[in-house]
Design a protein around this ligand. Structure first.
Ligand code: PBG
Length: 307
C-alpha cells in the first residue's frame, strides 16, 4: 500500500537482435538467454513477450556484409527493414517498433560513422547516412527511430529527413546521453562488432565523469526535436536520471545495457546472487530514479515475474 514505485510491463522495452542469413537462432554467450534471431525466431520471441504485456521492442541488425559506409543499414531489403515489416505485419499498432539508428553494426571498421581521410568519424558526412537510414526504417514501418551514434546534430537531421519524406508521425527516441562506458562489451559480441585498430568511441560518446555535459547533450537533443530522450547505461548513472527527471518534462528512457545484464547473470551462474531478485531490484531502481521507460534484456524475465 505504501510502496512508492512499482514496475509494470508497460515500462519495458526489449532489445532484440536479428541476424541476416541465419537458419537457426544463435545464442549469445555473453548475454545468457539472448539470441541473434532469425526472422522467424524473432517473430516468435516477439509474440511471446507481447503476450506477457511488453509493449515495445528495439531492433538491432547483424548483416552478412559490412562496408566502410555501412550501406546495409539503409538497404530497403536490409535485415532490420525486413524484420520491422514482419513485426508490423504480425502486430500492427499493438506493438511499438523502435529501430536503433546507427551504422556501427554495418561498418567494416566498427565506428558509428563514416571515416574521414585521417580515419576519424566524419560527423557531418555521417548525418547524411543517418537521414537515409531513418527514411528506410520509417518506410519499413518503424514507429520510432532511435539514433545511437552520438553525432552532433543527428536528431535535427533525422527529424528533417523524416518530415520531408512524409513521416512526420514517426517519433525520435534520442540516445541523448550515451557514455563511453566499458559496459557495452557483450553487445559488441552480440552484433559482431570490433572497432578497427583497438579504437574506441571516446571522441563521440560522453565522458563517464561528466553530468553537466550530459545534461547539455540531453537539452540539445530536445531542442533539435527529440520526442523522448535516453540515458545509457542506467545503473551507474542514476544521478543523471534523477537530475534529468527533475529538470525536464519529456519522457525519459534508460538503457540497462549488456554489461549490466551480463554481470548479474555471471554472478547468478556462480550461485552468488539470485537472478530474478536482482533483476527486479536493478530495473526497479532505474524506474525509482525517474526513468519512465527501461530498455532491458531482463524485459521478458520481469514481465514473467509480474504475472
Ligand atoms: C551503437 C550501440 C551500442 C549499444 C546500443 N547501440 C554499442 C556501442 O555504442 O558501442 C550498446 C547496447 C548494450 O550494451 O546493451 N549502435
Amino acid at each position: 500500500m505504501v510502496r512508492e514505485s512499482r514496475l509494470h510491463p508497460d515500462d519495458l522495452i526489449a532489445p532484440l537482435f536479428v541476424k541476416e542469413g541465419a537458419d537457426a537462432p544463435v545464442p549469445i554467450a555473453s548475454l545468457p538467454g539472448q539470441f541473434q534471431h532469425t526472422r522467424e525466431s524473432l517473430r516468435q520471441e516477439v509474440r511471446e513477450i507481447r503476450d506477457l504485456g511488453v509493449p515495445a521492442v528495439v531492433l538491432f541488425g547483424v548483416p552478412e556484409h559490412k562496408d566502410p559506409e555501412g550501406s546495409e543499414a539503409w538497404n530497403p531489403d536490409g535485415i532490420v527493414q525486413l524484420a520491422i515489416q514482419d513485426l508490423k505485419d504480425d502486430h500492427g499498432d499493438e506493438l511499438v517498433v523502435i529501430a536503433d539508428l546507427c551504422v556501427d553494426e554495418y561498418t567494416s571498421h566498427g565506428h558509428c560513422g563514416v571515416l574521414d581521410a585521417s580515419g576519424q568519424p566524419d560527423n557531418d558526412a555521417t548525418l547524411e547516412l543517418y537521414e537515409q537510414i531513418a527514411v528506410a526504417q520509417a518506410t519499413a514501418g518503424a514507429d520510432i527511430c532511435a539514433p545511437s551514434g552520438m553525432m552532433d546534430g543527428q536528431v535535427f537531421a533525422i527529424r528533417e529527413a523524416l518530415d520531408d519524406a512524409g513521416f512526420d508521425q514517426v517519433a525520435i527516441l534520442a540516445y541523448a546521453a550515451k557514455f563511453a562506458t566499458a559496459l557495452y562489451g557483450p553487445f559488441r559480441d552480440a552484433v559482431d562488432v570490433t572497432i578497427e585498430g583497438g579504437g574506441n568511441r571516446k571522441g563521440y560518446q560522453q565522458d563517464v565523469a561528466n553530468t553537466r555535459e550530459a545534461m547539455e547533450e540531453i537539452r540539445e537533443d530536445i531542442g533539435e526535436g527529440a520526442d523522448m530522450v535516453m540515458i545509457k547505461p542506467a545503473m551507474p548513472y542514476l544521478d543523471l536520471i534523477a537530475r534529468a527527471r527533475q529538470e525536464l518534462d519529456v519522457p525519459i528512457a534508460a538503457y540497462h545495457v549488456s554489461g549490466e545484464y551480463a554481470m548479474v547473470h555471471a554472478a547468478a551462474q556462480n550461485g552468488w546472487l539470485e537472478l530474478e531478485a536482482v533483476a527486479f531490484e536493478h530495473v526497479g531502481a532505474i524506474k525509482r530514479a525517474g526513468a519512465d521507460l527501461v530498455l532491458t534484456y531482463f524485459s521478458r524475465l520481469i514481465a514473467q515475474g509480474l504475472q
